[in-house]
Design a protein around this ligand. Structure first.
Ligand code: BGC
Length: 754
């Protein structure tokens, strides 16, 4: 077949030709395959595992027709959304499906959303584990936890027949009211980059393509398809982009998903600076760039800028791309590069040599991993008079109040949503289908878990909707545990960091009635706490996943010693944020498709509005430090049931800066301390007051002490020089600060570098 004679083809013709090619080739399998020239294809030399992924990909590309190449460069639409290619019938039911090329032994790509577990399992009659949300995972500050998190997702994807994950969200929490904050890894590029890197490594080790998203600066959901983000180059390289750079370096992710928004004028999915200059050239990324769903806006421009693959359909990378190639507008070499990147990633990650085999998800293992990760992610924010851990033998009555804590715990919504077993825990049976942006509760009951830990106590529940009844129950109890929640989701932002639905009043009145009040938060973002001074204890449980209640109870009753630290600052109020008011589109812009051809509507483009990130480098704690603002709970903060002390800080410089110190567990319990190292750069660098440059999570028995060394890569001490378009280590004095939170750094030592 010669594509060149068909330069006048319409989309419909191209689609039917593509179907024909697939039908013909499926029928041929596994008989002798035909090459593009009509001759029998050679013995699939690309199946020789001794060759490199690049060599293997090159061999396949040589055999491919243009139609086959183009079929790899777009999706086939998404369940329930039109227009849908009939080829989507072979989809596994995930968010994306790319047809394979059976003639050449290339499998299709079955993509699923998988932020904190595999999506769409309910509709597909399957089961997926819901892990604690991604921000919770980051709160563990534990690289092994991140790996295990990603590995579980990879295993469950394979068990369900997928070979690509669409997890790996790492947009920096520049705007903590962003409705997807729970899907990301917090506000620091080093922490976020390292954690997402390990997560993707864990997923890819299961022979599943990993993805990192949404590249870049998709830091708010309001008007995400319409917003143009203005930011200077240095700031973006040192903040939002650095998280991606580190994540990619650590993981070799197969794919990067470009985002909906524009950055400095150009859509992220056709932004040459982001996709080619930075990602593919400066970072030498050899995987492929896929558009967010409906994020592609052009053919030739996007292709030249570096977009390799369009999702979910073929508005620009189907017939239009064929036309553009035939007219010479898009060079064939460019198409070959897009195809090569996809194939080399498939070879490199093992999805061709070791395709998924459907199996039953290991539910029991999932429960166990989810609980263990939750126990390492829940942050103890306050513990006055050692109120916690609770001693069950001393308690006669416990009041459990609010947030449906009799039945379940909250999860984050949107495309991250994992379906709970048995449906939504707070809906009548049979009505638990997880529809877009429904508030979904997992059937993990805090009330039951607390009763199980304190069998001799009378544990009573009050829904918290009538504040005086809740306060009365609290007054009569030995201890009151109030559960409070704030739901968030893709496609929306929070109006405010305040708790909704009068929960602030509820907590204040319960605390007034009972001095032994503990608050357990189920939130995806920081919240403000006007009542913080009145309660005895506060736990941030995030959206804790399928075994959240059991994990909370283990911490409340001291079976587990909390060891997590905040990956994001909790400010005192919205007015302390860099942008006290979130900038919204003038009129409500579509953030989620709703018409009959939804992707076309987004792709056509919406009226643009501007957001300017003039706080620049000052993201998260760097903002509060630079502005000398008090915060409610600082970045890196979290309490334990034991205590630690730091001594003997020493610095030595070589290829890396070695930060050595002694860490001691000075309290009565075994625990794990996250020791954090921050650096103050020379004044000439023009940086915010300090930045995180390393950490180590160290397990210590009571009374044990240990010599710890953290190696700091000079890159993490560098600044991005826009004139030289490179990272640069400034000469001068660097001060290293060491301690257990960004605002509690007892040791300090300086060194001259260069
Ligand atoms: C989201 C992506 C997601 C995709 C497919 C988009 O709306 O922004 O994160 O992977 O849909 O579901």
């Amino acid at each position: 077949m010669n594509w060149n004679i068909c330069s006048c083809w319409t989309g419909a013709v191209v689609r039917s030709i593509t179907i024909l090619v697939v039908i013909v080739t499926v029928a041929e399998l596994p008989a002798v395959a035909q090459s593009a020239s009509g001759n029998p294809a050679p013995e699939r030399p690309w199946m020789n595992v001794q060759l490199s992924p690049d060599e293997r990909a090159d061999l396949v590309v040589k055999e491919m027709t243009l139609a086959e190449k183009i079929s790899l460069l777009h999706g086939t639409s998404m369940k329930d959304l039109s227009p849908m290619s009939p080829l989507a019938g072979q989809s596994n039911g995930g968010a994306g499906y790319v047809v394979g090329i059976p003639r050449l032994g290339i499998p299709g790509i079955q993509m699923s959303d998988a932020a904190y577990g595999v999506r769409h399992s309910g509709d597909n009659g399957r089961y997926s584990t819901a892990l604690p949300d991604d921000l919770a995972g980051a709160a563990s500050w534990d690289l092994d936890v991140a790996y295990e998190y990603g590995a579980l997702i990879g295993r469950e994807l394979r068990d369900q027949g997928y070979n690509m994950s669409l997890g790996g969200g790492v947009n920096l929490a520049r705007e903590p009211r962003d409705g997807r904050t729970f899907e990301y890894m917090g506000e620091d590029p080093l922490l976020a980059g390292k954690m997402v890197g390990q997560l993707i490594k864990g997923t890819q080790a299961q022979h599943v393509l990993g993805d990192i998203k949404h590249y870049a600066l998709n830091d708010q959901e309001s008007g995400r398809n319409a917003v143009n983000v203005n930011i200077d180059k240095r700031s973006m390289r040192e903040t939002d982009l650095l998280a991606f750079e580190i994540g990619l370096r650590e993981s070799n992710a197969a794919a990067v998903m470009c985002s909906y928004n524009r950055v400095n004028g150009a859509y992220a999915c056709e932004n040459k600076y982001l996709l080619t200059d930075v990602l593919k050239k400066a970072w030498t990324f050899n995987g492929f760039v896929l558009s967010d769903w409906g994020g592609a806006h052009s053919t030739a421009e996007a292709s030249a800028a570096g977009l390799d693959h369009e999702e979910p359909g073929d508005l620009f990378y189907g017939a239009e791309l064929a036309k553009a190639v035939n007219s010479g507008q898009v060079p064939l070499a460019e198409v070959d590069d897009h195809v090569h990147r996809i194939l080399r990633s498939m070879f490199a990650r093992g999805v061709i040599d070791d395709p998924p085999r459907k199996s039953v998800v290991d539910v029991v293992r999932g429960f166990e991993v989810a609980q263990r990760i939750a126990e390492q992610s829940i942050v103890l924010l306050k513990n006055d008079r050692a109120q916690l851990p609770l001693d069950a033998s001393q308690l006669r009555t416990i009041a459990v109040i609010g947030a449906h804590s009799d039945l379940g715990m909250l999860s984050g919504g949107g495309s991250a949503q994992v379906d709970p077993p048995g449906g939504n825990a707070i809906m009548p049976p049979g009505e638990g289908r997880t529809t877009w942006q429904a508030h979904i509760w997992f059937p993990t009951s805090p009330l039951k878990a607390i009763r199980a830990r304190a069998p001799a106590a009378k544990v009573q529940y009050d829904p918290g909707t009538d504040i005086s009844s809740a306060a009365a129950l609290a007054k009569a109890a030995d201890v009151a545990i109030v559960f409070a929640q704030q739901w968030e989701s893709e496609g929306m932002d929070l109006e405010t960091l305040s708790l909704p639905e009068q929960q602030d009043d509820l907590i204040a009145q319960v605390a007034a009635a009972n001095p032994h009040t503990i608050v357990v938060l189920e939130t995806g973002s920081p919240v403000t706490m006007p009542w913080a001074g009145q309660v005895a204890g506060i736990l941030e449980a995030w959206y804790p996943g399928t075994r959240g209640a059991e994990a909370v109870a283990s911490i409340l009753f001291g079976d587990v010693n909390p060891s997590a630290k905040l990956p994001i600052t909790f400010p005192k109020s919205d007015t302390d944020l860099p942008h006290p008011t979130l900038v919204k589109p003038p009129k409500r812009s579509t953030t989620q498709p709703s018409d009959s051809e939804p992707w076309r509507a987004i792709a056509k483009g919406l009226p643009v509005f501007q957001v300017t990130y003039d706080e620049g480098l000052k993201v998260g704690y760097k903002w509060y430090d630079a502005e000398r603002k008090e915060v409610l709970f600082p970045f890196g903060y979290g309490l334990s049931y034991t205590s630690y002390s730091y001594s003997n800080l020493k610095l030595t410089s070589g290829k890396t800066i070695r930060v050595s110190f002694r860490l001691s567990n000075t309290g009565p319990r075994a625990g794990a301390e996250v020791a954090e190292v921050y650096a103050v750069l020379p004044a000439s660098a023009g940086e915010p007051p300090k930045r995180l440059v390393g950490w180590s999570k160290v397990k210590l028995d009571p009374g044990e002490n240990r010599e710890v060394t953290i190696e700091v890569d000079p890159w993490y001490l560098s600044v991005f020089d826009i004139n030289r378009d490179a990272w640069q280590l400034q000469s001068g004095e660097y001060t290293f600060l060491l301690g257990g939170s960004s605002r509690s750094l007892p040791l300090k030592e300086s060194i001259n570098l260069k």
